[in-house]
Write a protein that binds this ligand. Structure first.
Ligand SMILES: Nc1ncnc2c1ncn2[C@@H]1O[C@H](COP(=O)(O)OP(=O)(O)OP(=O)(O)O)[C@@H](O)[C@H]1O
Length: 265
């Protein structure tokens, strides 16, 4: 990696991380850093473990029966899987946005206020909701209809509403699992522009199948691949991670160059 990496603060430090689902190892020996205030894209062919790694960052794999994480994963210098760590607090600090925009069948206001209320935050609710909606560029579109159902918005608006719901809690990190794959190109562009604005305040990790998207939005790109095992299964692994500029124009590994140029995957 370039020398700027050394000077930038590490939010996550992943060392020799393995993830299992039951007896099956889905991801092996991942070592990488996630840097503060940067957008990091996780790319690679289907099944190479991108979403699995993403879920490690806010411990949502804990919710999958049989999932087990081995190795080291430090969040701001603290063991994320340490015994004393409360996963609920982790998920408050490290928010997540999914592929399918999934607002609750509640009003626009209540969608954004939801996480705040659940976490017992009741002061300045109106102001906090307004700020979150402004931060995602939705305020002007919805300010006169805050009682309208969140589910009645367009796909792109719904996704921005879900991002507003995540950032209302003022998290440290936002994890995005293919946030634009269900959206049209115009809504996708709005989310990409939004990500660029959000990185002033948040560290973002995004899983994307869209290589152009990674090259447009990410500061760093990590390329994962999967290899066949003797038992017929497959295990994902990290091929390389570097600045997006380097990965897309001068990747070290031939597999990365092949994938990025569309020769496989
Ligand atoms: N809940 C689960 N239970 C069991 N196995 C799982 C589970 N989730 C993922 N896996 C397995 O882990 C491996 C990695 O899956 P994962 O979804 O992380 O890959 P991915 O790179 O994000 O794939 P895609 O690009 O298709 O979304 C796959 O073999 C998958 O079948």
């Amino acid at each position: 990696m370039s020398s700027t990496v050394v000077e930038t603060r590490r939010v996550f430090e992943v060392k020799n991380l393995d993830v299992y689902y039951g007896d099956t190892r889905a991801l092996r020996d991942v070592t990488m850093d996630i840097l503060e205030g940067q957008i990091t894209a996780l790319i690679g062919p289907s099944g190479c473990g991108k979403s699995t790694l993403l879920r490690c960052f806010n411990r949502t794999n804990d919710l999958i029966p049989g999932a087990e994480v081995k190795g080291e994963l430090n969040y701001r210098g603290q063991k994320l899987y340490g015994k004393e760590v409360n996963p609920i607090v982790v998920r408050r600090r490290i928010g997540m946005v999914f592929q399918q925009p999934n607002p609750f069948p509640k009003s626009i206001f209540d969608n954004v206020a939801y996480g705040l209320r659940v976490n017992g935050i009741r002061d300045r609710l109106n102001e906090r909701v307004e700020t979150a909606l402004k931060d995602v560029g939705l305020w002007d579109e919805v300010k006169d209809n805050l009682k309208k159902l969140g589910t009645s918005l367009s796909g792109g608006q719904k996704q921005r509403l879900c991002i507003a719901r995540a950032i209302a809690l003022q998290p440290d990190v936002i994890l995005m699992d293919e946030p634009c794959s269900a959206l049209d190109p115009i809504s996708t562009k709005r989310i990409e522009d939004l990500m660029n604005n959000l990185k002033e305040k948040y560290t973002i990790v995004i899983v994307t199948h869209n290589m152009q998207q990674a090259s447009r939005v990410a500061d760093y790109t990590a390329f994962f691949n999967a290899e066949a095992l003797d038992n017929g299964g497959r295990v994902g692994y990290l091929v390389e991670v570097d600045t997006t500029e380097k990965m897309f124009h001068d990747a070290t590994d031939e597999r990365t160059r092949d994938y990025i140029s569309g020769r496989f995957g």
